[in-house]
Each structure stands twice: as C-alpha cells, then as structure tokens.
Design a protein around this ligand. Sequence first.
Ligand code: ADP
Ligand code: MG
Length: 389
Amino acid sequence: MSNDLYPDLATRFIKRFGTPHTIAAYAPGRVEVLGNHTDYNEGFVLSAAIDAGTWCLATPSPDLQCRIAAGDIEQEVAFPVTDIRADRKTPWANYVKGMLAPIVKQANPAHGVRILFQSTIPLGAGLSSSAALEIASGLALTTLYGIPRSKLELARMGQAAEHEYAGAKCGLLDQISSLFGKAHALVRTDFRSLEVTTVPAGDATCFLMCNTRVKHSLVDSEYNERRARCEEAAAFFAKILSHPVQALRDVSWTEFEAHRAAMHPVTARRAAHVIGENERVLKGQRLLKDHDLAGFGALMFESHESSRTQFENSCPELDAIVESARTIPGIRGARLSGGGFGGSAVILCHPQDASRIGQQLASQYEARFSKTPEIRVITPSDGARLLPG
Ligand code: ADP
Ligand code: MG
C-alpha cells in the first residue's frame, strides 16, 4: 500500500505549486501492542509501525514564504519563514510548523518551503496520524535544509512539536514506533534508556484495530490520578527496598507481592498493572523469539484483565470486544491499546483469518451497543523513510 498515494500526490504538487517536489518522505502510524501506561514509569513497550502512513512532498520556495498544504482536506496556509507561529484556526498545520521552527532556527535559511502532505491514516483513531505527520515532515525538512537528525532526535522534535505547537502532552512512543518500525516485527522501547530494538513477529502475525468510537468523560482527571498513584507507589518502594527506585520500572513483581499488603489498596492495584505490564513485555519478547504466538496472545488477554480490574482504564465497550475475542476462533489475544477509557482494542490473529474475525467482532459489537465499530487490519511495517526522488 505504501506507494499508492505517491505518484498522484507528485502530480498534485506540480498543479498546486507550479514546480515539482525535490524531496519526498513517508512515515507510518503505529499501534501499541503490549505495555500499557508503562512509558511514564520508565518501563517497556512493544509497538508496531503500521501499513498506513503520511507522505510529505517538499521543495524550497524561491522566496522567504512558506506554503503548507494538507492534501486530505484541501487546505493551505502561508507564512514567512522568519515568523513561524502556531495558529488555532489551522491546527493541522501546527504539527508541521512545530517541526519547521527548530530547523529554521538552526539553519537560518534564505528561503522558505512548499509542502504538500497526505495520509492513509484515519485522524484521531488511535493510530497516531499526528506523529506520522510530524515525522514525515521532519524527515523532509531536515533533508531539504541540510541538517540531518538521528531517529531519536527526530522523535524528540516530534514530541516537542506536540507539546509546544499542538498542545498535546504526549510521550515518545508514537514517534519512536513510526521511525523504528520494521516489516513483520514489533518495536521494543526501553523508556528509561530509550534503547530501541526490533523483535521479529513472523509472517503469520497481523492485528485488527477495533475502534469503539467512544471516549468517556473525565479522562484527564483519571489520567492524573493514575500518574499520581504510580509516583506514590514508586516513592513507597524507594523507602523500603534496599536498591534505588526512581520509577515503578525498578520494582519486580516479587518485590511488589512481598510488600503490597502495606500499601494503600488503590495505589497497590495501579502499581500491580504497571509492574505486571513491564514483566509481560519482557516475557512477550521472549515468547516472540520462540515463535510462541499463543503464549504472546495470552499475555495480551492478561494485559486487558489487568487494565480492567487493576488500573481501571477500560470501559464496557472495550471489555465487550475483548470478551467477544475470547470466544471467536482464530483470535490469539486482545487488549485495549493506548490510554484507555474508550478508544481502541488491538487483536492478534493470522492474516488469513483477519477479515472473518473483523466481521464477527463487528456484528457482536453492533448487537450489543447499536453502533458500528471501526475495524482495520494492520500489518507490522517498515518505519519512516525518504523516498527516492
Ligand atoms: P491521532 O494522532 O491518534 O490520529 P491526534 O489528535 O493526536 O490523533 O492527531 C490528529 C490531528 O493531527 C488531526 O486533528 C489533525 O490536526 C492532524 N493531522 C494528522 N494527519 C493529518 C492529515 N493527513 N491531514 C490533516 N491533518 C492531519
Ligand atoms: Mg496523536
């Protein structure tokens, strides 16, 4: 799929700007497969770059003006390269501006840029269209202005663009997954060292992303409560364990079990989820190496059960999908993916069963909630790249 949009977009670039593009970049979306709420606890996550992404075509302007066009929505913004500011009226452009601003600051260029981008990722569906846009434009712009950046530097630029230009306080998972993804493999990130490795998952692995289309209220205050409980738990263990504890990452399940009775019961449940998730990611990585997809899928179900009962970041719609998944033949594992409280569930299956399983999941969900979930088949895919001119 990844080259479908490119030729047409190149033609549209010429039509819009009267000149061909000179740089083209592509960056995929991502799916969180295992390791839930572990990133801000300095733990581990398994994710994948997906087979949908964003193309970004660019060329230098003849003057100081920048023109950025969003091909999906046929909108364009223009501004001088000397004055890059976020604008709430065109939120989509802020992601690109957030990548352009630090590059311009360093390169101090004598020209602006023309950009046209387009995506196959649904926006706001939990597949990280925003990171794909940042990384595709970041790759194109660093190349165009001749200031190459490492993958981790680009990931950090994307995160800063979200924080400072889009007003979204995200971590680094989305950008890292988009950059480091590999075909038929999962990306394992250590959120303390930011060491990233890929773990082959085999050709027999695909995922279904099942978007409940619900977002429950009070999500922000629930998030804050979870973060505060995790910090409280880390502080508790820092006092009683003989080794240093900076974050829940430093606490093993055995240590947790030995001391949980002395903890506030809610704090203990929140900690159990994060500590359990970290251990599941490490175990999951070993199972993938042994080609044990059934074992890996069982960890996904465990992860969801832990979300449901301990972290309490699930909801009836997500629980219903996972309950269905336990009964539909061919499904190896299922869990909520991302922050929770609505959003999407990720389901592991064999590619040849994906379409049938998607239909069964959808009809069971419709029967119960009288609304249609959005279901997509996802194949772990290669990460962001420049495209040959
Ligand atoms: P997600 O990253 O999960 O898709 P976000 O809310 O973080 O959801 O980002 C979605 C936003 O990113 C959109 O509302 C839009 O502003 C911007 N965006 C991403 N890709 C595109 C695109 N191809 N065209 C226009 N806007 C886009
Ligand atoms: Mg996003």
